[in-house]
Ligand binder design. Sequence first.
Ligand SMILES: [Mg+2]
Length: 277
Amino acid sequence: MDKLDAVLAAPDRTILALDFDGTLAPIVPDPDRAFADPVAIAALRRLSPLLLRVAVVTGRPALKAVELGSLAGGAGLEHLIVMGQYGIERWEASSGEVVAPALPEEIIAVKEALPALLAAAGHPDAWIEDKGRAVAVHTRRLADPAVAQADLSEPVQRLAEEHGLRVEPGKNVLEIRAGGFDKGDAIRDLVQRFDPATVVYAGDDLGDLAAYDAVAALAEEGRTPVLVFPRMPGEDSPLADRADIILEGTDGMAEWLTVLADRLETRRETSPDPLES
Ligand SMILES: [Mg+2]
């Protein structure tokens, strides 16, 4: 808990950034129904007014995370930012609007080519999720998700390369997106805009490693990095070796956020009033 003292000492100079799927929302078969844990969101409503910023950093379109997290128009979430598409899109609760550039033609071409490619590879029922500036091929609904992902990996890779795009593999998912943007870019953008003393980042998947790297590098600038990993029971992941705090899945994440909110609120109530000292 040593590193958390940095948060408790200066909450108004702390950014709390969190991945969405597998961190705030349990992984479910239908990604369109991956709703955030209401306990976690209730905690974020308490934390957001006390912290410099709370940011959701996700590969999803920003508005999709807003919808699945019930993040719009809620009391307490005025300081919330959703960095969608790995930070390309930015939705701020204060304005309720998404700022994003136009869709690249390469992504449009890949989306058009994918159905035929999946059919040719023997997996026409793989689920294609349109993520705006990215497109994901999910195999988790198929009979053998791991085998299907292995079958599709090479043709999807080839299609992406033909269009100058890259593939980001995850758990039962292959995601194609434009190069040069990852969750590390989203973190650097937040740091540049808000100049935090401490950045807490929570994420559960390989796509979060770029954010882990960006947050860890902040130590060189004299900022305090805190890395949190909500791990599925028994899961082996490179994030485990890097994390300062390992939690038990999304339930553990929601509980940890609640405890953090409790501690910050208690601290505020018991700290001496500067006007009376
Ligand atoms: Mg995740």
